[in-house]
Every structure is written in C-alpha cells, then in structure tokens.
Design a protein around this ligand. Structure first.
Ligand SMILES: [Zn+2]
Length: 176
C-alpha cells in the first residue's frame, strides 16, 4: 500500500460521480441472481451524499438509504482511499445491518472489490481535528464529534432523536 502523500488526491466531483455509478451498478441495477437474495427491495433506492464528519470516512445509513463520505477526509486523502471507502459502505448495504464487519461483510467486501478491513491504519488516513466522539459502543457508528470535551452527562441514558430504540443505552463518549 502506497502512502497517501504519494497518491493522487481525491477530486470531490469525480469521486461523487464514481460513487453514484458504483451504487447504480452494484445496488440499483444489480440482478437478483448476483445479490443472492430475493429481498432486492432493500438494495434499491440508495443515494450518495457528502457529510461533515471528521473522524470517520464513510457511513451507510440503512434508514435513509444513504451512503455518505466525509467531505473533509476525502479532500485530505487519496482517491484510492475514497473509492475504497465507497465500496466498503456498499458492502455494508449488501451484507445488511446485522453483519457488522464480520464474515458476511468481508465476503461482500471482497466481491465488490473493497479491502476487507474495518479501518484504515492511522498513518494512511489524515484525520481532521475532532478530539472527542459520541459513538455506538457496539457498531462504532459515530453520532457526534467535538473538538473540546463536551459537558459531562450520562451518555448511557442519551439517545438519538428518531432512533431511540436502536441508540438508547449504546452511546459512549470517547477520546480519539
Ligand atoms: Zn464499516
């Protein structure tokens, strides 16, 4: 793996077009036989968007059917890393929300051409300056990022608006 500094930096517009095309090919128009699953509805209707995350590169939201990439991290890292992150998230869609980064996700990651690894090594991704995150203790999903430590509160009793059932009792504050 070459280091990010020697690779071509990502261009936002070309990454966006590339991501939309991959979503179309691998999810929207993929034939049922290729998906190995008769419930194709859950693979249709996915969109791409940019987000403002600072510590996690990509995200797939099963509820809104959105794959998003951090605009800042994309700008600071290589095109190859941005593209790999898109494929990483598409593998999450194909594997389903319960798969995590387990064997099923790994299988799909290989099939769609993503590196079957959960995270980039620290030296390969140039992070931006968030210092604290509130995240899901089990899936690692990041809900909020802070440069300064947020006011003390009991995160185990907190939840995300509209997602109480899936987030209550799972949120933790962590220094990154
Ligand atoms: Zn992942």
């Amino acid at each position: 793996m070459t280091s990010a500094t020697t690779e071509k930096l990502a261009d936002l517009k070309s990454i966006e077009n590339w991501a939309k095309n991959k979503i179309y090919i691998l999810l929207q128009s993929a034939p049922i036989s290729k998906l190995e699953n008769t419930n194709v509805a859950r693979f249709r209707g996915w969109k791409f968007k940019w987000d403002n995350a600072k510590v996690r590169f990509g995200c797939c939201n099963y509820r809104t059917k959105t794959i998003s990439l951090s605009r800042e991290l994309t700008e600071r890292n290589s095109e190859g890393q941005a593209k790999d992150t898109v494929l990483h998230e598409i593998a999450h869609v194909l594997a389903g929300s319960n798969a995590g980064h387990g064997p099923l996700w790994k299988e799909w990651a290989v099939k769609v051409g993503a590196r079957p690894e959960q995270y980039y090594r620290a030296d390969e991704v140039k992070p931006v300056d968030a210092k604290w995150v509130v995240k899901d203790n089990f899936t690692g999903e990041i809900f909020a990022e802070y440069v300064r430590r947020p006011k003390s509160r009991d995160w185990s009793k907190a939840w995300i608006r509209g997602r109480k059932n899936e987030t209550l009792g799972r949120m933790v504050l962590e220094k990154v």
